[in-house]
Design a protein around this ligand. Structure first.
Ligand SMILES: [Zn+2]
Ligand SMILES: [Zn+2]
Length: 358
C-alpha cells in the first residue's frame, strides 16, 4: 500500500510502498478514509521538529477498525474511529485525574511499518498518510457514524487543539473578550471555541485578508490586519485596555510577545502554536503584573473519549463548523503539492481522501 514517507530534510516527501504489521496486544489496525494536513507534519519536513526517520507522516485521521490485537477492549472491528495523538497510559496520577495530555509515561516509539524490509516509525502515535495504520487502542476513539470521515478526521487534531485551548485550557467564560493571533486551521477553531464559550468579543488577527474574512464567517466579531496596523494597539482599543484572553496560534516569538502585550489586567495568554524546537523568548516579568498568566497548551488539553464525542455532537447539532474548514482536497499521491500549499499558508485545512473517501 502507498504512504507519504519522510526520510530527511534534504529529501522531499516520497510516496512509497509500505506494509504494516498485524496488531499486537493492545493494538488495532485502522483503514484510513480521510486524513488532514497539519503544520506539525510540515515541521518534521523542514526540520524544526526533529524526528527519527524513516517515518510515515500524518496525524489527523479517521477510518474504520479492520483488525484488533489480543487484549483490546475499547474498540471492535467495524467501529468508525478518529485517531488521537495521545497514547496515554491510563494508569499514572495524571491519567487517573483525567489529564491524559500530562501523562507521566511517554509511549514507546512504535515502528509498525516496513519499507522494503526496513522498519519505519509511526508519527505522533498515529501515522495517517497511509491506507492502513496500526495504533494503540487508546488512540482509536469511536465516533458517531453520522459524522463524515473528512470532517471526523479534523476532530483528531485541528478542531480539538483549537476548541480545546479555549474551553479546556483557558476556560473562557461568557461575556469575556479574546484575541486570536493567526487564523489558519487552529485559529479558526479557537474562534469557534470562543463562540461556544459565549465570548462577547472575539478578535481575529492575521496578515492575510482572505483568512480574516473566513474568521468572520467562523464567528470573529472584529478583525485586525496586522500587516496594516499594530495589533496590540488595535486590541487594547477594542477592549478598553486589553483582552481577557489571547491565543497564539502561529508559533512565532514576535507574535507571542504581541499576544502577551495585548492582555488586560487578569488576562491569560495561551500558547497554542509550536515554535521551532529549542527556541526561547525573554519578557519583562513586570508584564505579568496585575495577575496576568502565560499558559502552555498541548493538544487542546484533550480527554479524547469525552471531547471527541462532544465535538461530534456539536457538529451534528450544527453548532461547530468543520466542513467549512476544508479548503482543498487531495489524493495521497498529491502529497508534495499539498505540503507546498500548506507552506504558502493558502490552506485552512487540506484533506486527503484515502481508502474510498466518502
Ligand atoms: Zn496537528
Ligand atoms: Zn498516564
Amino acid at each position: 500500500m502507498k504512504a507519504a514517507v519522510f526520510h530527511s530534510v534534504e529529501r522531499p516527501v516520497e510516496i512509497e510502498d509500505v506494509s504494516v504489521k498485524t496488531p499486537g496486544p493492545g493494538e488495532v489496525r485502522v483503514v484510513i478514509h480521510a486524513a488532514g494536513l497539519c503544520h506539525s507534519d510540515l515541521s518534521v519536513i523542514d526540520g524544526s521538529i526533529p524526528y527519527p526517520a524513516p517515518v510515515v507522516l500524518g496525524h489527523e485521521g479517521a477510518g474504520v477498525v479492520d483488525a484488533v490485537g489480543p487484549d483490546v477492549s475499547g474498540v471492535r472491528e467495524g467501529d468508525r474511529v478518529v485517531l488521537s495523538t495521545l497514547a496515554h497510559c491510563g494508569r499514572c496520577p495524571a491519567c487517573e485525574i483525567g489529564r491524559p495530555t500530562e501523562c507521566r509515561n511517554a509511549p514507546k516509539m512504535l515502528q509498525p511499518f516496513s519499507i522494503g524490509g526496513r522498519a519505519a516509525y509511526q508519527f505522533a502515535n498515529t501515522s495517517t498518510f497511509v491506507e492502513r495504520t496500526v495504533v494503540k487502542e487508546q488512540s482509536a476513539i469511536p465516533i458517531d457514524a453520522r459524522v463524515p470521515f473528512d470532517c471526523a478526521c479534523l476532530i483528531g487534531c485541528g478542531v480539538m487543539t483549537g476548541v480545546g485551548a479555549v474551553l479546556n485550557r483557558a476556560r473562557v467564560e461568557a461575556g469575556a473578550s479574546m484575541a486570536v493571533f493567526g487564523v489558519g486551521g487552529i485559529g479558526l477553531n479557537c474562534i469557534q471555541g470562543g463562540v461556544l464559550a459565549g465570548a462577547a468579543k472575539i478578535i481575529a488577527v492575521d496578515v492575510l485578508a482572505q483568512k480574516l474574512e473566513l474568521a468572520r464567517a467562523f464567528g470573529a466579531t472584529h478583525v485586525v490586519d496586522a500587516s496594516k496596523e499594530d495589533p496590540v494597539a488595535a486590541i487594547r482599543d477594542l477592549t478598553s485596555g486589553g483582552a481577557d484572553y489571547s491565543f497564539e496560534c502561529v508559533g512565532n516569538l514576535k507574535v507571542i510577545q504581541q499576544a502577551l502585550e495585548a492582555l488586560g489586567p487578569g488576562g491569560a495568554l495561551t500558547i497554542v502554536g509550536v515554535p521551532k524546537m529549542g527556541s526561547s523568548f525573554a519578557f519583562v516579568v513586570h508584564a505579568l503584573y496585575q495577575n496576568k498568566a502565560i499558559l502552555g497548551c498541548r493538544y487542546g488539553t484533550a480527554r479524547p473519549r469525552r471531547d471527541f464525542a462532544m465535538l461530534a455532537e456539536l457538529f451534528l447539532a450544527g453548532r461547530l463548523r468543520i466542513g467549512e474548514l476544508i479548503t482543498h482536497r487531495y489524493r495521497l499521491d498529491e502529497a508534495r503539492t499539498a505540503f507546498q500549499d500548506l507552506e504558502r499558508g493558502s490552506l485552512a485545512r487540506g484533506v486527503f481522501a484515502i481508502a474510498n473517501g466518502e
